[in-house]
Design a protein around this ligand. Structure first.
Ligand code: GLN
Length: 539
């Protein structure tokens, strides 16, 4: 077993997760079985209750674990099957240690950061290594070198790597080489200082991945090599990508990073064929078609808040050889200016998941606009609940229909809480979470797109379609095409007489990949494209 540890320096948001995932891709293409895990030094026990402004989207795994969005990159870029073991926060580490202490598990000893916290971290590395049966385990340490809360993780991996020996463990440091305008040059000092900080605690990174906005000239590489104590070829340029994050693996391959990693870890694996990735990039850069869709949400100013949704849209585009321009629309803008003004000219509308009542009426207006104007609509989780409320109000004439999440006293609770959720008071990890079986109606569009009648999809919600209203909706052409195993819960709806109006209670975006777009996203973009082609309009 080989271990790679990825740390980050200078600033956050350098794309450590993408770098780790891209390295995973390259190693997989060399025929290695790869596993990835993420350590998050913050004190939240899991990211499930964190606000998207803080942390971007909450990514959900098959087993229902609510995790960091970097795990989404891991799953999209590689074939890893992640579970709750693959994400560890300081909060979880301390909780485990303190619970053990309360139960007398330390036999009255003084419980300390070293060795108890660090041992707990190392135990997790071993556990993931054993259960994954991978050849290489890539562990990304969140945060930035120098953060106080990151220290126990760094100490833990230092000790762990020492134990493994030099050919079995490797430290990669992702750092920033800024261009300073006044000086007209790239500056290496932040990188030097960040590496010095790591060496202070006993970690000497062997590969430096340098994030920069322009090429690293030879003299800059030489300087970094000399002052950071790494060979010249271990200074890897990772420039800002021009078109897409899916260029990163190709960029790192050009820099021969995977070759270097294999040399260092004494892995004798030939280089892989990356032609599928190249083809994807080709379709991203120069697609045959182009469409424009609107994503109507609440956190539209923040690209990370709907990360997987945006990625899945891109994948759906690639599958149709179609570039998708996404207009991020603040739902409240529709409330202020009206749907017609904001949505006119779009080729399709997507309403993603969400919580809280800000912007709800704007989303309902967007669903109505899509329904009435025969515009392709894809609703995800809250987006299905929105479509339900809209249909109830404007087609079934249930005027004040609502979800009890937003109006507890509505006379028509078409979306309501499951009985088992009514008693829940703890917010962390208590929703309907993770992969569940869904049965699709034989004659549904969804079954055609999936090419299957039984599928498994990930969930993260509390509220449900209220079964009392099933007959009324069905009779009016709001078809309940997907239900949970046993038929109790509505999972997917389709509108009759509409070219593409589909919404699901689950989150298909978490299962989409660049070369294997999720069928619902593929179908959605295909419908947008078809409408555009038949109408001869652009956008
Ligand atoms: N707020 C809704 C619920 O809890 C939808 C959740 C979501 O979109 N993820 O059911």
């Amino acid at each position: 077993m080989k271990y790679i540890f990825v740390t980050g320096g200078v600033v956050s948001s350098l794309g450590k997760g993408l770098t780790a995932a891209s390295l995973g891709t390259l190693l997989e293409h060399r025929g290695l079985k790869v596993c990835l895990q993420k350590f998050d030094p913050y004190l939240n026990v899991d990211p499930g209750t964190m606000n998207p402004y803080q942390h971007g989207e909450v990514y959900v795994l098959d087993d229902g674990t609510e995790t960091d969005l970097d795990l989404g990159h891991y799953e999209r870029f590689t074939h890893v099957q992640l579970t709750k073991l693959n994400n560890l926060t300081s909060g979880r580490v301390y909780l485990n240690v303190l619970e053990r202490e309360r139960k007398g598990g330390y036999l009255g000893k003084t419980v300390q950061v070293i060795p108890h916290i660090t041992d707990e971290i190392q135990d997790r590395i071993r556990l993931v290594a054993e259960t994954s049966k991978a050849d290489v385990l890539i562990t990304e340490i969140g945060g930035t070198t120098g953060d106080i809360e990151g220290l126990p993780f760094l100490e833990a991996i230092r000790e762990f790597a020492l134990e493994q020996g030099p050919h079995n463990a490797l430290f990669i440091h992702v750092t920033y080489v800024p261009f300073i305008k006044a000086a007209g040059e790239l500056k290496t000092k932040p990188t030097q200082q960040s590496v010095a900080k790591l060496r202070e605690i006993g970690i000497a990174p062997q590969i430096l991945v340098c994030r920069c906005d322009r090429p690293l000239a030879k003299d800059v590489r030489q300087k970094i090599s000399l002052f950071c104590n790494v060979p010249y070829e271990a200074v890897i340029e990772e420039r800002d990508v021009e078109y897409s994050i899916y260029e990163v693996p190709l960029m790192l391959q050009r820099e021969r990073m995977d070759e270097l990693v294999c040399q260092r870890l004494q892995l004798d694996q030939p280089a892989g064929d990356m032609s599928r990735w190249q083809d994807t990039i080709r379709k991203l850069i120069a697609p045959q078609h182009r469409v424009r869709i609107g994503v109507v949400g609440k956190y539209t100013g923040l690209p990370d808040a709907y990360k997987s949704v945006y990625e899945a849209i891109t994948h759906g585009g690639v599958a149709n050889d179609c570039g998708v321009e996404v207009e991020r629309i603040e739902a409240e803008q529709i409330e202020r200016e009206g749907a017609e003004k904001v949505l006119k000219g779009l080729g399709g509308i997507l309403v993603p998941g969400g919580f809280g009542d800000r912007g709800i009426e704007g989303k309902i207006a967007a669903a109505q606009y899509a329904r009435v104007h025969q515009l392709p609509y894809l609703g995800l989780c809250l987006g299905m609940q929105i479509a339900t409320i809209e249909f109830a109000r404007h087609v079934l004439n249930l005027e004040k229909a609502h979800s009890t999440e937003f109006d507890a006293t509505t006379p028509h609770p078409v979306i309501a809480l499951l009985e088992e959720q009514q008693a829940v008071t703890e917010m962390g990890g208590t929703m309907r979470l993770g992969s569940q079986e869904i049965q699709l109606k034989m004659d549904s569009r969804a079954a055609r797109l999936y090419g299957a009648f039984v599928v498994h999809e990930r969930h993260r919600h509390r509220y449900e379609f209220n079964n009392r209203y099933r007959p009324a909706f069905e009779a009016a052409g709001f078809h309940l095409c997907g239900t949970s195993h046993g038929g109790e819960l509505v999972e997917l709806i389709e509108l009759a007489g509409h070219p593409f109006f589909m919404a699901c209670q689950f989150h298909p975006e978490f299962r989409s990949k660049p070369h294997a777009a999720h069928p619902l996203f593929q179908g959605f973009i295909a419908a947008v494209l078809q409408r555009q082609q038949t109408r001869g309009v652009s956008g």
